[in-house]
Design a protein around this ligand. Sequence first.
Ligand SMILES: C[S@@+](CC[C@H](N)C(=O)[O-])C[C@H]1O[C@@H](n2cnc3c(N)ncnc32)[C@H](O)[C@@H]1O
Length: 428
Amino acid sequence: MSTPSARHLAMDILRRTLDNNQDVQAAVDDVLTAASAAGPDKGLATELAYGYLRLRGRIDFILAQLLRDPLRTSPVLKRILGVAAYELLFLSRIPEYATLDWAVSLVRERLDQTMGKVANGVLRSLLRLGRAVHHPEYYQLKTAGHDNFLAAWCSCPQWMARMWLDAYGKEQAQAFLQATLQAPPLGVRVNRLHPRAGELREQLAPLATEQTTWGFALTQWPDFLNDAVNEGAATRQSLAAQRIMDALGVEHWPAPVLDACAGRGGKTFLMAEMGKEVWASDVNVFRLRQLRGEAARTGLPVPAFRAPAQGPFPLRRAPRAVFLDAPCSGLGVLSRRPDIKWKRSRADCAGLARLQGEMLGAAAELLPSGGCLAYVTCTLNPAENEGQIAGFTREHPEFTCLRQAQSDPGDNPGEFFYGAVLRKNEAA
Ligand SMILES: C[S@@+](CC[C@H](N)C(=O)[O-])C[C@H]1O[C@@H](n2cnc3c(N)ncnc32)[C@H](O)[C@@H]1O
């Protein structure tokens, strides 16, 4: 295997996602599509990029102990050292000399000879630390305050550790944070309306590590699933996304349902596959185009139109349910989207909470009496979750909250959603 090209690809993915703000999966797709590298190189590049993003906080903390002046160190040097440190600490199949070799060469190429010597020295010092850096005590001894310890050991920004400690307490906050460091399994949903649904479920059940009402968690994606996806018999969807819909009793929601943040239609088609009438809207035309592609693939007719979920909605009749799978800070899906934690700020969370409040207000107006309002986020932030719903019911006493659901820190597969279902009461 020619490993150096994997490192160049990983660096390009990280540049796009951390410096140019591209979503990590989109960056991986773009870089790997353009690359001529062989399959194993692409696999290693993806692993390095995701692994570094998941563990960057811990790695930067260790490197800060070894660099003479961490705050004034060149970002180029830090990034190369970070990816090399990820290899040395977490990928035992790569010989240490190979890692030192590519990292020092790349530093020389992008900076200069002197910096190459610095890189060599830092990586050799890292190796001398041995197993100590794999134990929480190393970080506990070098940090003040539980938030700073968690930020280093669990690799997240300090504000996030502080927010989760305040919201969920020490034990749960640490359990949520630990879960973000694991790669989640692959999720698949079987289209129960498809003639091959029964046969497909029988093929998938023995391969699955977990099961939901609609789908399975898999450690590997079998080839036969590609055909099933092309025929509209199966759809990629995380288990956590399927489970929150189950926990909110989606089968009981009255139709037609307006899915007002439908995106590419992940949950839209889960509802359509139940035989529900669903209308889809979103502000993002690119995602709506993908949703229309999904309608063609699955053969399920879902009308789709562009509208902001804060209203107004260009509708001739009111839906009986509004589903808001709201834009949110995404802190519940960091295992799948580890770039998010390095891009979000507390201020973003507050801005998103305001937007969600406006969307809930517009849905409240649109729904008739007896209508159902379902709200979902993929984040762990009370202001966007239970606090948002508590504020909404205070402002809208005509709504009763029927159910709330929140993934537990112990839940597999380590992705966390929140949801609530509310009913608009008959006018007195
Ligand atoms: C969590 S994603 C939805 C995921 C989708 N429901 C699924 O299961 O695949 C949130 C969606 O809200 C959309 N969005 C963001 N701001 C919006 C707004 N003001 N009005 C309507 N949709 C918005 C985004 O484009 C994105 O598709």
